[in-house]
Design a binder for this molecule. Structure first.
Ligand SMILES: [Zn+2]
Length: 255
């Protein structure tokens, strides 16, 4: 074990208030393409000639639901075919054993919940891909897999309205409830912030890291590359989350 790992283990072992922040990198280890790049499928533009940010946007869902759903369905199919990995499970165990451990994720695949993270301490800041709900009457529909095998966009059995996932599309606002929950926890402060498989491009990721450092807490990043976020944290472990996280948890709770 190297020094960085040892330090992260010591800090996590002692910490009561912990925030784990996860991004696409953790689910990439499950073979899942990332949201924006979707495994490089798009290279910035869709086969319809639109930037992916336009195809997967709130306005496009209203204007041309079939086109928006074409790309939502690709993400949906990738998610239903994949499963949580050892990294998701290690975070769930950390949360189960540390009642002050919160999880903020950018991912929409629902893998943290599936891996056993407690829903009351999980903030899915970009929403999730299911259950779908009707944009007309609001009724929900659980059967994402079934809808993906039928013509798109999926329609409501009750009113015929277009169904959509409770996900934050481009040009849509982040969920107020999630942001409020994050703010409330941030106000109480964190002893440790651990970012996993993410980059620094969002304020809601940068802020807890910078504030925690200012308040004398400890921050770390687990990501093979790291980018600009690597220079903002106390320790950077340049490795895959699905390798590192289970090792961390094994050392923190050796029994
Ligand atoms: Zn409906």
């Amino acid at each position: 074990m190297n020094d960085s790992m040892g330090r992260v283990i010591d800090q996590l072992r002692e910490a009561e208030r912990v925030l784990v922040i996860t991004g696409a990198g953790i689910s990439a280890d499950s073979g899942l393409p990332t949201y924006r790049g979707v495994g490089g499928l798009y290279n910035g533009h869709t086969e319809d000639g639109l930037p992916i940010e336009a195809a997967l946007s709130g306005p496009m869902l209203q204007l041309n639901p079939a086109l928006c759903w074409k790309y939502l369905a690709e993400i949906g199919r990738a998610c239903v075919a994949a499963a949580p990995n050892a990294g998701h499970k290690a975070i769930a165990e950390l949360q189960q054993r540390k009642p002050g451990c919160w999880l903020l994720t950018q991912n929409i695949d629902g893998f943290h919940l599936a891996a056993g993270s407690p829903p009351q301490r999980l903030i899915e800041i970009h929403g999730t891909l299911w259950p779908l709900f009707c944009t007309g009457c609001g009724r929900s529909s659980d059967d994402l897999t079934g809808h993906l095998s039928r013509p798109l966009p999926p329609r409501c059995d009750h009113c015929g309205g277009v169904l959509r996932p409770p996900v934050v599309l481009f040009d849509e606002l982040l969920p107020e409830a999630g942001l409020n929950s994050l703010r409330a926890q941030q106000t109480q402060g964190f002893d440790v912030v651990l970012a996993v498989g993410t980059s620094a491009s969002f304020a809601y990721i940068l802020e807890p890291i910078l504030r925690t450092r200012q308040n004398g807490g400890f921050t770390a990043l687990i990501d093979p590359s790291g980018g600009e976020l690597a220079r903002m944290v106390d320790e950077h472990i340049a490795a895959a989350a699905s390798d590192v996280l289970p090792q961390l948890v094994r050392h923190i709770f050796p029994d």
